[in-house]
Design a protein around this ligand. Structure first.
Ligand SMILES: *Cc1c(COP(=O)(O)O)cnc(C)c1O
Length: 376
């Protein structure tokens, strides 16, 4: 595993409770690896939720530098923000399409909507007809996930594609997989076949089906454009297999206080941890308000110089208590940091402990951290 260069545990001038380090060179290297694996398909960068919590303002330029010119956001406001960051010749797709009445905002900000239902198709077509211009749009079809995109009934209702595609410039036909992270899940093949059947009605349109995980499902899933997000940020696209991507994030939280407790003493809300002997407890300045989830109470851990120190008791809003018994006192001074993400703890491991996925751990990271970017 290639780890993010790790900051010193010695206190620096920052007053923040934790230091989030984002390795832009790792993200760029991950982009290049995805380009290699996507076998000739264009590789876009998915920027929704502030680049999965890592900061679109810094991540997008790093991807541009690595050659990326196609981006996806979820919301129109994310796209408007991104438009100021990336070169004018970049394409920015907005996955949710235009909320009713907002089609003109897309035109004003140079955004390309993903049209997901007949209402969005009609609104985009009406704008084009009013302007006498065939503006670009992607069309999303539902191949089996039942979340977004034109359903089989919607396609029937719209009628022959040449008719309803006439008003605008259809530049991409896309769909999304439900189970791409489980390579042998039958849904993958089922959705791919369904997508191919729909594609036969839209013969001239470039196609896109692959998220991060699907890039690793082989050439049948690559089509013309891949849309990875998670893999750019180091999340393993194939859980259970070796992760080919570089870890892009490290998180180090400060020690606020250290104390000794004796057998029978309780720690934290609910007094859920009770010492069975003499223990050293360190309190660190991060909590569930910073995205370090309460589900990690009594389950998760941190690392001090590579030594595992378990969370003792309940995760609080702003602090977490660790059992640091046996660690050298010189390494437990207030202001020194412990590793929550880094060479010893991958985001996917924390996610598994919390009963969630790496995507959620990253996107929940709070805004109280001191952020540092490496490379780029
Ligand atoms: C979020 C999203 C992606 C990116 O998915 P990853 O698993 O993060 O690579 C691609 N396509 C659509 C439609 C999405 O919603």
């Amino acid at each position: 595993m290639n780890a993010v260069a790790h900051p010193s545990h010695v206190a620096n001038a920052s007053r923040a409770g934790a230091l989030l380090t984002i390795d832009l060179d790792a993200i760029a290297a991950n982009y290049r690896l995805l380009v290699e694996r996507a076998g000739g398909a264009v590789v876009a960068g998915v920027m929704k939720a502030d680049a999965y919590g890592l900061g679109m303002v810094r991540v997008a330029p790093a991807l541009v530098h690595a050659g990326c010119r196609v981006f996806f956001t979820a919301h129109v406001d994310e796209g408007i923000h991104l438009r100021d960051i990336v070169p004018p010749d970049s394409t920015i797709y907005v996955l949710h399409g235009p909320p009713p009445g907002t089609a003109a905002d897309f035109l004003e900000h140079g955004l390309t909507p993903v049209l997901n239902d007949p209402g969005q198709v009609r609104e985009w077509s009406a704008l084009c007809e009013r302007l006498g211009r065939r503006l670009s749009a992607a069309v999303q079809v539902d191949s089996g996930m039942s979340r977004m995109g034109l359903s089989p009934a919607d396609l029937d209702a719209l009628g022959d594609p040449p008719n309803w595609l006439a008003a605008f410039e259809p530049v991409l036909l896309m769909s999304h997989l439900a189970c791409a992270d489980v390579p042998d899940h039958p849904m993958n093949e089922r959705q791919r076949r369904r997508f191919d059947a729909i594609r036969a009605q839209f013969p001239a349109m470039p196609a896109s089906l692959a998220n991060s995980s699907a890039v690793f499902l082989g050439p049948d899933f690559h089509y013309d454009l891949a849309r990875p997000g998670a893999a750019l940020y180091g999340i393993n696209p194939q859980p259970g297999h070796a992760n080919p991507l570089r870890q892009a994030v490290s998180l180090d939280a400060r020690i606020v206080q250290v104390r000794t407790i004796e057998a029978g003493d309780a720690v934290g809300y609910g007094a859920r941890y009770v010492a069975d002997g003499t223990r050293r407890i360190a309190t660190i300045a991060i909590g569930y308000a910073d995205g370090w989830q309460r589900a990690l109470s009594g389950r998760g851990c941190a690392y001090i110089d590579g030594v595992r120190v378990p969370i003792a008791g309940t995760v609080s809003m702003d602090s977490i208590t660790l059992d640091v018994t046996g660690m050298p006192e010189a390494r437990l001074q207030p202001g020194m940091t412990v590793e929550l993400l880094g060479p010893h703890q991958h985001v996917d491991v924390v996610a598994a402990e919390a009963g969630t996925i790496g995507y959620e751990v990253l996107t929940r990271m709070g805004n109280r951290f001191d952020r540092r970017y490496l490379g780029g």
